[in-house]
Design a protein around this ligand. Structure first.
Ligand code: ADP
Ligand code: ADP
Ligand code: MG
Length: 658
């Protein structure tokens, strides 16, 4: 067994590999860019080497720097993770030439599967069914068009060197073909430096089914059953599961056997995935499932396979790379229960899945039996613009699919992240769709159901009311715990029951009005103070009458959530005398994500109420942030040019005369 391992990757996959390697007694070495100097994978590893500036092309993608880091630290082997250099045959060759162990398939196997046309030709020879189409020997536009006409529309034009969902064009009729071809070739040339394309029949009602395969250097190849990864946005997977819903035993055997033939055809060693596309218009049928491509690496979604088989695939990789035989024979592998994974992305699902950059000031995952969280970040870390926006993977393993769906929806709904936006609420809604519950997942489903998946634009009246009550209590100094769980809006019945108690509260004022603000909307909430007590429950109340509304204390504000949709609510001056973002405890928060264009004060300086502290530019508009009262600058967290996220505390003013 190897003794030391360098991980040529970052984020959750680097952390995940380190954990398994450590359990096997292997010394671990991390590499990191300047942006990742404090990253979790760097802190977890036994040693770490800086390999350059933040952009991946200057660090994680520079093979020579990684090999030099391995040499300098005496690492014996290199694990590439996924993405980055994992499917780069030249890098694999250089690692081996440097006398290091490459944790991955032979460079020739990577090459054989690297181009989609050559891979398909090889699969045809190995008797693996491939998507009907034209492999593009003749690349003239006329010939490609004639082939598309013969295949019949719709067709898909694919760059032979494509990957990551790029370089693909769907064409619905002959008239649109030439334009689509030209634009696909342009994108392929600029993204992959190779403008060759192939043409495929576009499969309607497509489902993405893939099979995990594993080979060793002794000629053994097994499969570890299938996964369904049909739930995608922009051709990128969002939810993955194993096994695939609606897969019968005969169909499973047929495609898993085809996957093993595919792997054997390229003398495959290590972890790999054979991706298939299925026409699911009449359920899953072996004669309607075709080879699409092979990913010659460990996949993001490998944990669902680990869950249902009880195996650790990274351990398998390290054993195989060390020359050992596969840990299990085919007849020793079986499916146990159902597993689902959701990718938690830093993005705004309601705005075209726009990535969201910024600090992870709040990052809280639920804990539950059968729930696994794979992440590369901790609370306090930062989502930077340089890398993939994936924050974590939530993986649930249960006895059957319904229980796993329920468990994952609950887990997504209990994940709280602030101020970065995430798709947590989107995931929960997606997992609750009838079509998903029924197993009718297709690659177009998310796109078709975007309207149903949309989250609330802001807090509703109930949430505002609960938040206002929380802010009121905090201000009266009846400070509740900093994090309330299971807080449920009272029903009318509860309110009147506790209103009956009001007589005992001799000093209570008869009515309070609380003015609050959220997302620029000001609301005035009136309470009977006795009622305020009944707005909370400190313990989880039984029954499913209402969705709990939760509050998290957040500086001068409270974060209010119903499931994963989170909003900041703060006290507002009834007549709007304070500056935007100003707050009662002197914290001046960024009212929206933006860039600091001017800082007008320095720490320790005395300021007067209304004085301009700094200027924030957002969406091409300037916002002046002012002092809420006379005092001194106790905290200054913003520098000119800094990118700040909504709700972050930029300045804290300490009141004068205390
Ligand atoms: P597929 O490629 O079929 O989607 P995965 O779901 O395993 O398979 O995706 C591979 C992952 O690798 C993607 O989520 C992507 O974010 C990541 N990735 C790919 N290329 C890079 C890269 N150059 N740098 C960082 N991450 C990458
Ligand atoms: P990449 O290398 O970018 O991952 P793939 O060939 O794996 O490219 O295709 C990515 C996705 O595009 C698939 O997961 C599927 O959703 C869709 N797709 C690919 N081929 C077809 C096809 N022939 N018909 C319909 N959808 C397809
Ligand atoms: Mg793919």
């Amino acid at each position: 067994m190897i003794q030391s391992l360098l991980i040529a990757n970052r984020g959750e996959i680097a952390c995940r590999i380190i954990r398994t390697a450590r359990a096997l007694g292997i010394r671990t070495i991390a590499v990191h860019s300047d942006a990742d100097a404090q990253a979790l994978h760097v802190r977890l590893a036994d040693a770490a080497v800086a390999i350059g500036p933040a952009p991946a092309r200057d660090s994680y993608l520079v093979g020579e720097k990684i090999i030099a880091a391995a040499r300098a630290t005496g690492a014996q082997a290199i694990h590439p993770g996924y993405g980055f250099l994992s499917e780069n045959a030249d890098f694999a060759e250089a690692v081996i030439a440097a006398g290091l162990v490459w944790v991955g398939p032979r460079p020739d196997s990577i090459r054989a599967m690297g181009l989609k046309d050559a891979a398909k030709a090889r699969m045809i020879a190995a008797n693996v069914p491939v998507t009907p189409g034209y492999l593009g020997e003749d690349q003239s536009a006329e010939r490609l068009k004639a082939e598309a006409d013969a295949i019949g529309y719709p067709v898909l034009i694919k760059a032979v060197a494509g990957g990551g969902g790029k370089g693909m064009r769907r064409v619905d009729d002959a008239a649109a073909f030439m334009d689509a071809l030209a634009s696909c070739k342009r994108e392929a040339a600029s993204s992959f430096g190779d403008d060759r394309v192939l043409i495929e029949k576009y499969i309607l009602s497509p489902r993405h089914i893939e099979v995990q395969v594993f080979g060793d250097s002794h000629g053994n190849v097994v499969h570890l059953f299938e996964r369904d990864c049909s739930l995608q946005r922009r051709h990128q997977k969002v939810i993955e599961e194993a096994p695939a819903p609606g897969m019968d035993e005969a169909t499973r055997e047929a495609i898993c056997a085809a996957a093993v033939r595919a792997a054997k055809a390229v003398d495959y060693v290590g972890a790999g995935t054979i991706e298939f596309i299925a026409d699911a218009s009449n359920g899953l049928r072996a004669d309607r499932i075709w080879f699409m491509e092979m990913n010659t690496r460990l996949q993001v979604e490998h944990p669902v396979t680990e869950a249902i088989t009880g195996q650790d695939l990274v351990e398998w990789q390290l054993r195989v790379a060390s020359g050992e035989a596969l840990p299990k024979r085919q007849d020793e592998l079986a499916i146990d229960g159902w597993a689902l994974e959701a990718r938690l992305y830093a993005e705004d699902a309601d705005r075209g899945f726009l990535p969201s950059i910024g600090p992870l000031d709040l990052l809280s995952f639920p804990e539950d039996d059968g729930l696994r969280i794979d992440t590369g970040v901790e609370q306090g870390a930062e989502v930077s613009p340089y890398y993939d926006p994936m924050i974590a993977k939530l993986i649930v393993h249960r006895e059957d699919r319904d229980a796993a769906l329920e468990g994952l929806a609950t887990a997504a709904g209990s994940t709280l992240v602030w101020p970065v936006r995430t798709n947590a609420g989107f995931l929960e809604r997606l997992l609750s769709l009838d079509a998903v519950r029924a197993g009718q997942v297709t690659t177009g489903l998310i796109e078709q159901r975007l309207e149903d998946l949309r989250g609330p634009a802001g807090p509703d009246g109930d949430m505002i009311r609960v938040a206002a009550a929380g802010l009121y209590m905090t201000r009266r100094d009846e400070t509740p715990p900093s994090f309330w769980t299971g807080m449920i809006l009272s029903s009318d019945e509860d309110a009147s029951a506790s209103a009956g108690l009001a007589g005992f509260r001799l000093n209570a004022p008869s009515s309070v009005r609380v003015t609050v603000e959220s997302l620029g909307e000001v609301s005035v909430v009136a309470f009977d103070p006795a009622e305020i007590e009944s707005i909370y429950e400190y313990d989880e109340r039984g029954g499913d009458a209402a969705r709990p509304i939760e509050l998290t204390a957040w500086g001068d504000a409270v974060l209010v959530s119903r499931a994963a949709d989170l909003f900041a609510v703060r006290l507002a001056e009834p007549r709007g005398t304070a500056g935007a973002g100003a707050a009662s405890d002197g914290a001046v928060l960024a009212p929206m994500p933006g860039r600091v264009t001017a800082v007008e004060v320095s720490a320790g300086e005395a300021v007067t109420k209304g004085q301009r502290l700094l200027t924030l530019e957002a969406m091409k508009m300037e916002h002046g942030l002012t002092a809420p009262f006379d005092g001194t600058i106790a905290e200054l967290n913003a520098a000119t040019g800094a990118q700040v996220s909504e709700g972050s505390v930029l300045v804290r003013v300490e009141p004068a005369g205390e």
